[in-house]
Design a protein around this ligand. Structure first.
Ligand code: MG
Length: 459
């Protein structure tokens, strides 16, 4: 299936609605997925996007047409779909969500019977089937049926509260006050159940799942102005921002200052690790502060390629009990082997309650670092030429340790630079981190100069 504007990746397919993603494309993708899964039920959920109802109809048609039964959860967080797949012993799951992307996007996030995203191998197998042609549709008597279930948000909350890492009583006793910004995404209704049961006083921002995002939906510091102001105004202890499918969470401190998604994860690791032990698993581009936190508790850090399923797989393989992604993706496999923003909220509140600290106090325990994210345009160069430029880069950093877990990462005493070629645009993505602004800018400048020079030579 070749559709202009449709981006197919390991964990699913995404595009702009009407320009790559439409009812026909979604039906065919879902039918391919359904027949690839084979026997069993498929769980379907969606975020609150305006195109969500169209997409739900199309995806359901494809699955039923391929002979699968569908359990429809309605508007739910992505981690709720994974949980339902496992609880129901389903063949797989589809969450219809373009996550933090703007409202005009939509996407399918595909899960196997393990309730986690497809692995690279599974994704490649499915892609081969999709590329081979039209999906197989069954005859009238084999068409599947659809059941609706509305109880999974509360099942999800039960699961979170059952974790020994979450202490609802301590949270209730501390009498915390918080502000939650759900960005009109899927997280609002589930977050309401969770916080009610934790006995927290909440001021809600955009908790209705209307899909009309009031701001850029990615929970980056620059998008959390309203949340910060509301925390100050309400004199709240903490502010939480969920992304539209509620698998990521970012925290704002009691003064209204966003502590950043990287520190949001690092504080949870700092709180959970001494209770559970073992190694910490994060991806290559997550903050180096995780190493400092792990060392404090005598633990090691394992790093994986970028992509949630890579972190999940490594956690399951080595039995790690805490990990995630620096974009505010917190993973505790005992509750959920994928990123879970609701779990993140419960762990943060427990940390505040049990330590008696303020958010700024907990965040202050994490070594301060500075990260930079940049793009280098390389118009007119072939993929091979770009690969060659990246191949030559380590020579310009003779003091650095080279890590090729994912793209190229150069680690120096000051920090690191991570460069990856984009698969969709003629650009190189560059991420760098160091202890100070000067040090990180120096790393970025050196990498930029080297890439620029070899690009000029290559032309
Ligand atoms: Mg998301």
């Amino acid at each position: 299936m070749r559709v202009k504007g449709l981006i197919f990746s390991v964990s699913g397919a995404r595009g702009i609605v009407g320009q790559g993603i439409d009812a026909v494309v979604l039906t065919e993708l879902a039918a391919h997925f359904g027949s690839w899964l084979g026997e069993g039920t498929v769980v379907v959920g969606r975020d609150s996007r305006i195109s969500g109802e169209m997409a739900r109809g199309a995806v359901t048609a494809g699955l039923l047409g391929a002979g699968r039964d569908v359990v429809d959860l309605g508007i739910v967080p992505t981690p709720t779909v994974g949980l339902a797949v496992r609880k129901l012993g389903a063949a797989g799951g589809i969450q219809i969500s373009a996550s933090h992307n703007p409202a005009e996007w939509n996407a399918l996030k595909l899960m196997s019977s393990r309730g986690i995203f497809l692995t690279a191998q599974e994704g490649a197998n499915l892609k081969a089937r999709i590329d081979a042609g039209r999906p197989e549709f069954v005859g009238a008597f084999d068409v599947g049926s659809r059941t609706r279930r509305q109880d999974f948000p509360s099942v999800h909350v039960d699961e979170i509260l059952a974790s020994p890492l979450v202490d609802a009583e301590a949270v209730r006793e501390r009498g915390l006050r918080c502000v939650v910004d759900c960005v009109a995404g899927a997280g609002g209704p589930t977050a309401r159940i969770l916080l009610e049961r934790l006995g927290v006083k909440v001021s809600w921002l955009h908790d209705g799942p209307t899909g009309r995002f009031p701001r850029n939906p990615e929970p980056l510091p620059e998008n959390l102005t309203e949340l910060g102001e509301t925390v100050r105004e309400k004199k709240a202890d903490i502010g939480f921002a969920l992304d539209p499918d509620a698998d990521r969470v970012a925290v704002v401190d009691e003064t209204g200052r966003p502590i950043g998604e990287e520190v949001t994860l690092a504080v949870v690791v700092d709180f959970v690790l001494p209770q559970v032990g073992g190694d910490v698993v994060v991806n290559v581009s997550t903050t180096m502060a995780i190493e400092a936190v792990a060392e404090r508790h005598g633990a090691k850090v394992r790093r994986t390629p970028v992509g949630e399923v890579n972190v999940t797989e490594e956690m399951l393989r080595c039995g790690a009990r805490i990990g995630g992604e620096g974009n505010g993706g917190i993973i505790v496999p005992a509750v959920n082997p994928g990123r879970d923003g609701l779990l993140g909220i419960a762990l943060w509140l427990t940390a505040l309650a049990k330590t008696g600290e303020k958010v700024s106090g907990l965040a202050g325990r994490i070594p301060a670092t500075v990260m930079r994210k940049e793009k280098i345009e390389l118009k007119g160069l072939t993929d091979d030429q770009v690969d060659q430029i990246l191949e030559d880069l380590p020579a310009g950093f003779p003091e650095a340790r080279v890590d090729r877990t994912d793209g190229l990462k150069l680690l120096t005493d000051e920090g690191w630079v991570h460069v990856r070629r984009s698969n969709t645009e003629p650009i190189v993505r560059l991420l760098a981190e160091a202890g100070t602004e000067t040090a990180v800018d120096d790393l970025v400048r050196r990498a930029r100069d080297l890439v620029g020079r070899s690009a000029a030579a290559g032309r």
